[in-house]
Design a protein around this ligand. Sequence first.
Ligand SMILES: Nc1ncnc2c1ncn2[C@@H]1O[C@H](COP(=O)(O)OP(=O)(O)OP(=O)(O)O)[C@@H](O)[C@H]1O
Ligand SMILES: [Mg+2]
Length: 247
Amino acid sequence: MIGPLLAVTDLEVAYGRVEAVRGVSLEVAKSEFVAVIGSNGAGKSSTMKAVSGVLQPRGGSIRFKGQEVTGQPAHAMVRRGLAMVPEGRRVFADQSVEDNLLLGGYARSQESAARVQRLERAYQLFPRLGERRTQQAGSLSGGEQQMLAIARGLQSEPDLLVIDELSLGLAPKILDMLFPVLVELNEEGLAILLVEQLAGQALAISSRAYVLENGHVIASGPSAELARDARVMEAYLGRRTTASSAA
Ligand SMILES: Nc1ncnc2c1ncn2[C@@H]1O[C@H](COP(=O)(O)OP(=O)(O)OP(=O)(O)O)[C@@H](O)[C@H]1O
Ligand SMILES: [Mg+2]
């Protein structure tokens, strides 16, 4: 593969007359950890939905592993190696933890040894899921559901994991556990594209970041530099750099 793992160019997403994304370009290199931050309604989720094939962009192009994939449906993107953890988790509430995980692996080998190996890896990353493998996903806490949503995404053995709002509604002590897991996965070679409202934490664990505002990228660069950029931190994110909600 030549070039970046993911290359988004001049992406446009619209809902009728609402132009949510107005020419966003971003890249993720192989094994890179990239954050996307920005205020409510900036177009972060719309960008991620287009990238993961959940919705059709109105314009622009998306290339993954060097191939044009614009407009490909989500299941095709999963097979290509891009898994999405959607905003709000969206676990199958009436299915068990283990069935949620097995569903996440549908695009990969269904040979029993491979399935068991993927499950064991999930339970090793998140022992709380292992302890609750027969429990209905809907009965898990918010933090456990987020663990399940991440673990489900990993079952498809992705090269890029897209996560939309990891911290939403979760207590700081859960996040203290979840953020290091992402770092560990990234160190093992998984590329991560993380949308996160806790800008300070997202910039602390990512290597590069993009700031979205009003459907545009208004700043991008090394995360450490953006974290020192007073304009970025104060104008757009000053109120959102610490966790305040409870799980
Ligand atoms: N299904 C939809 N129908 C109409 N407008 C939508 C829809 N989804 C999003 N929008 C609008 O598109 C714009 C971008 O929304 P989007 O959800 O992408 O932003 P976001 O950056 O993810 O925001 P948040 O931080 O609240 O998650 C907003 O103005 C939003 O109201
Ligand atoms: Mg969103």
